[in-house]
Ligand binder design. Structure first.
Ligand SMILES: Nc1nc2c(ncn2[C@@H]2O[C@H](COP(=O)(O)OP(=O)(O)OP(=O)(O)O)[C@@H](O)[C@H]2O)c(=O)[nH]1
Ligand SMILES: [Mg+2]
Length: 403
């Protein structure tokens, strides 16, 4: 008989602060995302705590009154993890743990945990492990030792579980070893990429959960894992795609997120090489997400960090089927019209004015406007191709009856 599996969601609470730089609305949006991350990691959020504070408390991040409130709730409700939206210093993490006596995670720790949970190939696992050790190193001060009996669950996967009491030297050795291992794999991957020949390379990039893998699947008729959770994709998939008579390589890779831990950006260097070496980027955006403009900015920032800011890019606004502008009642004379009220037409015009025909609006799920998408990608790839190989221009006629 098959064993019935029930997922045991671990109880968690979230903590965020309202400061001069982030107002209440922003904090709530960030906590929405943190809740989605928590859910992806296998946690269930029971409550959110928000404090208005100018400068976070250097010892405990939030003030003592708020901490008492949190402590009370943790004890009353058997909370397993308390998750902070911002990065905690190692000292803050340790102090808070002493008070609350449960697992304390910050955004970075949570993202690392999801990556650890989702990494499937040994390559991805090595990269995540390296990032985890880098994160752990400054926090190695007998942390978590009193949590012996609570092993497992969020934040306890990976090196945290076994190596916690080993001394820094051993961790440093391990980091060096992992780096060496990655360098070796890097060289192999470089050779692999070199062997792919002269095909034009196109990379899908974008915030996590925007539909990159879904688009990859409809374009290349492949079956890349896509789901409504964050970081469904960790490894890069490369497929040969033919539009018209023009073959090119399309890669789907790990999604980005606001405040992507630097440790991860660094250790995922070679996964991101696929992006770095692409001739054309397709920056996929989930236009139905209320914060999509901020997502674009986060992605652009990371692209800048990995030296891809100047790369040729097409903006692909996905999920138009799910886009609903906010509305203002006719008798409402107070609410000001903002970009949240834009119709799809207005967004199209806005982006057309910004970047001309380098913006596309599609639905990968409903296969809306995919013809225009194919045509645009074809034109771009063709341009790159003929610049590179002027002599076989004739292979790729200007007008294609059928794409
Ligand atoms: N409504 C709607 N949903 C979509 C569309 N495209 C993708 N989705 C859904 O969005 C979710 C995320 O899709 P993925 O393709 O996994 O997204 P991704 O960008 O690859 O995500 P990561 O790999 O996690 O970074 C899935 O539930 C998809 O079914 C679309 O055009 N419309
Ligand atoms: Mg994906």
């Amino acid at each position: 008989m098959l064993e019935k599996k029930s997922i045991d969601y671990e109880k968690a609470i979230l903590v965020g602060v309202i400061t001069q730089t982030q107002d209440e609305t922003k904090v709530n949006e960030y906590l929405d995302e943190l809740e989605f991350l928590t859910y992806t990691a296998g946690g269930e959020v029971k409550k959110r705590f928000v404090q208005r504070i100018d400068v976070p408390n250097p010892k405990t991040y939030i003030g003592s009154g708020k901490m008492e409130e949190v402590e009370h709730f943790v004890n009353e409700n058997e909370i397993g993890s308390v998750i902070f939206d911002d990065e905690l210093t190692p000292a803050q993490q340790k102090n808070i743990e002493k008070i609350l006596r449960c697992k304390i995670l910050d955004r970075t720790g949570l993202i690392l945990d999801i990556f650890a949970q989702r990494a499937e190939t040994s390559y991805a696992r090595t990269q995540v492990e390296l990032a985890q050790y880098e994160y752990l190193l400054p926090r190695l001060t007998g942390l978590w030792t009193h949590l012996e009996r609570q092993r497992g669950g969020i934040g306890m996967r990976g090196p945290g579980e076994t190596e916690i009491e080993t001394d820094r030297r051993i961790v440093r050795d391990r980091i060096a070893l992992l780096k060496k291992k990655l360098m070796k794999i890097d060289r192999q991957m470089e050779t692999q990429r070199g062997n792919r020949g002269a095909l034009v390379r196109v990379a899908l990039v974008g915030y996590t959960n925007v539909g990159k893998s879904t688009l990859m699947n409809v374009i290349s008729k492949s079956e890349v894992f896509a789901e409504n959770k964050l970081f469904a994709t960790l490894d890069t998939t490369v497929r040969k795609v033919v539009i018209g008579n023009l073959p090119f390589l399309l890669s789907d890779t790990v999604g980005f997120i606001r405040k992507l831990p630097t440790q991860l950006v660094e250790s995922f260097k070679s996964t991101l090489d696929e992006v770095r070496e692409a001739d054309l980027l397709l920056h996929v955006v989930d236009i139905s997400h209320p914060n999509f403009e901020e997502h674009i900015a986060s992605v652009n920032q990371i692209l800048g960090e990995i030296g891809c800011a100047e790369k040729k890019t097409i903006m692909v606004f996905n999920k138009i089927d799910q886009y609903h502008p906010e509305t203002i009642e006719e008798d409402d004379l107070v609410t000001e019209r903002t970009s949240a009220h834009f119709t799809l037409e207005e967004w199209k015009n806005t982006w057309f004015n910004k970047i001309g025909d380098r913006a596309l609006f599609i639905s990968a799920l409903n296969k809306e406007n995919l013809e225009e998408f194919r045509k645009r990608v074809y034109d771009e790839v063709r341009d790159i191709h003929v610049t590179r190989f002027p002599y076989n221009n004739f292979l790729y006629p200007e007008h294609l009856d059928e794409l």
